[in-house]
Design a binder for this molecule. Structure first.
Ligand code: BEZ
Length: 249
């Protein structure tokens, strides 16, 4: 079984803002009571629970057993499933995803599975990191990892497509793209950068022996600080959200 880098407790402390900021993509989804919706990368399930409360039928999938356990505890019908290998056939009115697709680094496989999961005319509505997302954090982390002997540009962990790349992939899978844009969204963090890295860069840091991780997190934070930490010590992450709605032709 692959290593589960996610902890619902750590997510609650360091990254709850990710689901709290889902308003714009939920508005783009425009869910209606009675619709059958797949929440792809449902995490611990707060958005799926909101859709359930609205009267939708919701299935959540996530690759993390810890997150799925937390979603089930909220009353969400959640399943452990790899987004690259979705196992649904023409059964959803909509597939929704917030802040999850960027973890799936083979987007063609994901989009193909979404197309198969939707009924004809169904919609795929999502928000993820887009081109340039967390650029200052990424450069700092790449440098700190390199100093520690790990060479990666992080494209094997995060996928942040441009508008043109995403449009082309969606169209190749049979979607008509109704809306797609990148929205810069500088985001104040509730914690210091080290905690963000511990939660949201866990798969990259896992390439280091555990004892080395605190030093590399501190080094990456020091490199990012001039761009992202203000004089009062508050951090703002340089998020850029790719948001889209596409309909299966
Ligand atoms: C994001 O939500 O944009 C994000 C999540 C994890 C790592 C980097 C970015």
């Amino acid at each position: 079984m692959p290593e589960d880098h996610w902890s619902s407790a750590r997510y609650e402390a360091a990254a709850r803002f990710v689901t709290d900021l889902a308003g714009p993509v939920l508005a783009l989804l425009d869910p209606k009571p009675g619709e059958r919706i797949l929440d792809l990368g449902c995490g611990d399930g707060p958005i799926a629970k909101g859709l359930l409360d609205l009267g939708c039928t919701v299935i959540g999938v996530d690759s993390s057993p810890d997150m799925v356990a937390a979603a089930l505890a909220r009353g969400v019908d959640a399943r452990v499933m790899d987004g690259h290998a979705l196992d649904f056939d023409a059964e959803f009115d909509a597939v929704f995803s917030n802040a999850a697709l960027h973890w799936m680094v083979r987007p063609e496989a994901v989009i193909g599975g979404v197309a198969r999961a939707l009924r004809p005319g169904g919609r795929f509505v999502a928000e993820q990191g887009g081109h340039g997302n967390v650029a200052a954090i990424r450069v700092a982390l790449v440098a700190a990892l390199s100093e520690a002997g790990v060479e990666t540009d992080l494209s094997d962990i995060w996928s942040f497509p441009s508008v043109d790349e995403q449009r082309a992939r969606l169209e190749a899978a049979g979607f008509v793209v109704e809306e797609v844009a990148i929205h810069p969204r500088p985001t104040p963090l509730p914690t210091a950068m080290e905690a963000w890295l511990e939660t949201l860069a866990a798969p990259a840091l896992a390439r280091l022996p555990e004892a080395e991780r605190p030093h590399v997190r501190a080094r990456a934070a020091a490199l990012a600080a001039p761009a992202l930490r203000d004089s009062a010590g508050r951090w703002t992450a340089d998020y850029a959200r790719l948001r889209f709605r596409a309909r299966l032709a």
